[in-house]
Design a protein around this ligand. Structure first.
Ligand SMILES: NC(=O)c1ccc[n+]([C@@H]2O[C@H](COP(=O)([O-])OP(=O)(O)OC[C@H]3O[C@@H](n4cnc5c(N)ncnc54)[C@H](OP(=O)(O)O)[C@@H]3O)[C@@H](O)[C@H]2O)c1
Length: 165
């Protein structure tokens, strides 16, 4: 089973502030849905709360928390990343998708095989959560599609796929 990270990050790797996203990009939401649909998706407890603790439909939701009493209706709760991987493997999936946030990406990056990143071409200095820097000695970009800003997208953005070397 391969492990993929899915993220939208600005040029300076900003991904969130006050437990919210920094932008609204409808095309990215569509891209996100396409990649994650019918897949197991794992996320940290804070990211889960940032989506109002509502599991994403059509996907096996795995929530990671250290809190042994944590309950999440419609989702599987685990207490470390290893168990999230185990749950996806046990359910015979070929890919586990890690949805963040910052803490979970940092821990999962060394174990990941692929990164789907929507690069949002702007600098957010006023963020409080960041994606780890992609080390080009370890990762190679295998695809890239660029899109300009338009009336629905405040910033230009690119859909990039990176594979571990
Ligand atoms: N732009 C994007 O693509 C994107 C994607 C996802 C999230 N975000 C943003 O990222 C922010 C949230 O990220 P975050 O870093 O604050 O939080 P997070 O990574 O979503 O969740 C952190 C929580 O996960 C649990 N956790 C982390 N490591 C663990 C481990 N090794 N074992 C067990 N549990 C562990 C802990 O939960 P407990 O405290 O309950 O123990 C921890 O507090 C929000 O602003 C969100 O909007 C952005």
């Amino acid at each position: 089973m391969i492990i993929s990270l899915v993220v939208a990050a600005s040029t300076n790797n900003a991904i969130g502030k006050d437990n919210k996203l920094l932008w609204h990009l409808p095309n990215d939401l569509r891209f996100f849905k396409n990649i994650t649909w019918a897949m197991p998706v794992a996320m940290g407890r804070k990211s889960f709360e940032s989506i109002d603790s509502k599991p994403l439909n059509g996907r096996l939701n795995i929530i990671i928390t250290r809190n042994k009493d944590f309950k999440a209706a419609g989702a599987i709760v685990v207490h470390n990343l290893k168990d999230a991987i185990f749950v996806a493997q046990e359910n015979d999936y070929k890919e586990l998708i890690i949805l963040g946030g910052g803490e979970i990406y940092k821990e999962a990056m060394p174990k990941a095989d692929r990164i789907y990143i929507t690069r949002v071409h702007t600098v957010f200095t006023d963020a409080d959560t960041f994606f780890p820097e992609i080390d080009t000695h370890k990762w190679v970009r295998t695809s890239n599609q660029d899109f300009p800003a338009d009336d629905k997208h405040a910033y230009p953005y690119s859909f990039e796929v990176w594979q571990k070397r």
